[in-house]
Design a binder for this molecule. Structure first.
Ligand SMILES: O=P(O)(O)OC[C@H]1O[C@H](O)[C@H](O)[C@@H](O)[C@@H]1O
Length: 549
């Protein structure tokens, strides 16, 4: 047993789980009309309703005790104080400094990082204004019309997601495109039809060593040079990175490099200059509104007591289902088309952060850690995987994200969208008993025999827990709030599980092996030293791939 599973707070929750595991939420709601008031919180216009969870006040009290006994508040303070909480990489975790909108100093290793943070924001502002107002032009003197972000993982997902979410704030003057996959199809299809004279590439890579990004950037540079000559590169390429030397080696002038720092993790870097494409396409003011939204959530997280702290509440509910109910999966279901990319973005933030199997001391853990996260936008998701959520055998905890207002004045659509959001969470909680099904079929005049056949299929167990997050409207501010909320939720879970949420060693091995295998594909190295499956696959691919013969 680990210190965590042996702790009184954990043991109390284990006992409490026995009391509550067979209680139906329908009965909890029938008994308590004040559940919504009791189990909902607000912060700067964002509402969390967590009443449709398998909890009572006692549950929340015990989860609060667990958070307290795991030192969540102290860990939070350590993060906000710039301590090196990323222990395996010996770094601070300080993305909160990037969106610190107060005049507080943010100290890492005895040094206030705010002057550098503000200087980069200023540099971004000048550059964005120059591009947007036509002072920065391509080599032939034409205005920039397309921004191509070349990056992968944290240097791609947040930027795509935010730009898609904020599409209604985008003018037609600048269009964003993205190249991430090393598959040449991504590059070719993205560049197809582009006018080199009006295209600006941003090479976004924290390390500037990521194989995919460097190859894509090299191929994009070749495409540009072929069309406009070598001199065009400095007019059409800028970089965002922490690695000045590598940026220089690639041939980008460091005057056109936007820096950030090793205390910003890749998947937490959308707030840094990695967000340059957002600032270019929407304008720097909008980017800073996103930072304001994140800052509002940071302040809520930093100052609210555990019982009223939205990220902590969501984190502890996740712990409740993962560790006490034993569920492995969490679904995130935004009811807003602009948030279609949000689940995919969150997969990296959550699964790369908390997909860990050893604790901070390097010992294998004896409890479940980060969940499998998936999701898609409602209502489309209802027509694909909701069947399993309602009637399948796997249990899944869920976040529904609803947005009260829409940017488009088509009221009927918004009414139907919101009614589906409410209908689904109600159905998942309440379910439909066999008795109700039978009565309904009888009323419709269905024969007794047919009712016997159909009733089990048409019964819904209910008791499926959902959080409902409600935003007033998709704006840069609310997107900032939402992202920061999930970042902090994931951080809190990592603290409870005593894992390092800020490294990602698990992505290394496959990359290393790929480097060794590439020469075996091209024939520069003999096909050898592999297991027989890899050997067989390699040989078969070579057989099919005539170009390497
Ligand atoms: O920004 P880069 O250094 O190019 O890294 C891009 C991505 O690389 C890896 O996949 C890491 O696991 C990610 O966390 C990171 O975001």
């Amino acid at each position: 047993m680990s210190a965590l599973t042996d702790s009184p707070a954990w043991q109390a929750l284990l006992d409490h789980h026995q009391e509550i595991k067979d209680v139906h939420m329908r009965d909890l709601f029938k008994k308590d009309r004040g559940r919504f008031e009791r189990f909902s919180e607000r912060s700067s216009g964002l509402l969390l309703d967590y009443s449709k969870n398998r909890i009572t006040e006692k549950t929340m009290g015990l989860l609060g005790d667990l958070a307290r006994s795991c030192g969540v508040e102290e860990a939070r303070d350590r993060m906000f104080n710039g301590a090196h909480i990323n222990t395996t990489e010996d770094r601070a975790v300080y993305h909160v400094a990037l969106r610190n909108r107060s005049d507080r100093a943010m100290i890492v290793d005895g040094h206030d990082v705010m002057p550098e943070v503000r200087a980069v924001l200023e540099k971004m502002r000048h550059f964005c204004d120059d591009v947007r107002e036509g002072r920065w032009r391509g080599v032939t003197g034409k205005r920039i019309r397309t921004i191509v972000n070349i990056g992968i993982g944290g240097s791609d997902l947040g930027v795509i997601m935010a730009l898609q979410a904020l599409r209604s704030y985008q003018s037609d003057d600048l269009t964003p495109r993205f190249i991430s996959n090393v598959d040449s199809s991504h590059l070719v299809e993205t560049l197809r039809g582009l006018d080199a004279e009006t295209t600006l590439f941003i090479v976004s890579s924290k390390s500037f060593t990521t194989q995919e990004t460097l190859l894509n950037a090299t191929s994009a540079r070749t495409w540009l040079i072929k069309k406009l000559g070598t001199d065009a590169v400095r007019h059409h390429f800028v970089a965002v990175s922490t690695n000045e030397e590598k940026v220089c080696d690639f041939g980008i002038d460091t005057d056109y490099m936007f820096p950030f720092w090793d205390w910003v993790g890749g998947r937490y870097s959308t707030w840094s200059a990695i967000g340059l494409a957002i600032a270019l396409v929407l304008g720097m003011d909008k980017f800073e509104e996103m930072l304001e939204g994140a800052f509002a959530m940071d302040e809520h997280f930093r100052t609210s007591p555990i019982e009223h702290n939205i990220p902590i509440i969501m984190a502890m509910l996740g712990v409740w289902y993962a560790n006490f109910f034993g569920w492995s999966t969490h679904a995130v279901l935004p009811y807003d088309q602009y948030l279609t990319r949000f689940p995919q973005y969150l997969q990296q933030v959550d699964m790369e952060s908390n997909g860990k199997r050893v604790d901070l001391q390097g010992r294998p853990v004896d409890y479940q850690t980060g969940p499998i996260v998936f999701g898609h936008a409602g209502t489309n998701a209802q027509h694909s995987f909701f069947q399993l959520l309602h009637q399948g055998k796997w249990d899944v905890s869920m976040d529904f994200i609803g947005v009260a207002n829409n940017h488009h004045p088509l009221r009927d659509h918004q009414t139907i969208l919101l009614s589906n959001f409410l209908g689904q969470t109600k159905a998942l909680m309440w379910g439909k008993t066999e008795k109700e099904v039978r009565a309904q079929l009888k009323k419709k005049g269905v024969s007794a025999e047919r009712i016997d056949q159909l009733a089990p299929h048409m019964t819904f167990p209910g008791n499926k827990p959902t959080n409902s997050l409600v935003l007033p409207l998709i704006t840069p501010f609310t997107i900032g709030q939402l992202l920061a909320l999930y970042e902090h939720k994931i951080f809190v879970q990592g603290v409870v599980w005593n894992i390092n949420s800020f490294d990602q060693w698990g992505v290394q091995l496959g990359k290393e092996l790929a480097r060794d295998l590439a020469p075996q594909i091209t024939g520069e190295a003999p096909i050898m030293g592999n297991d027989c499956s890899t050997q067989g696959l390699l040989k078969y691919m070579k057989l099919l791939k005539k170009e390497y013969d």
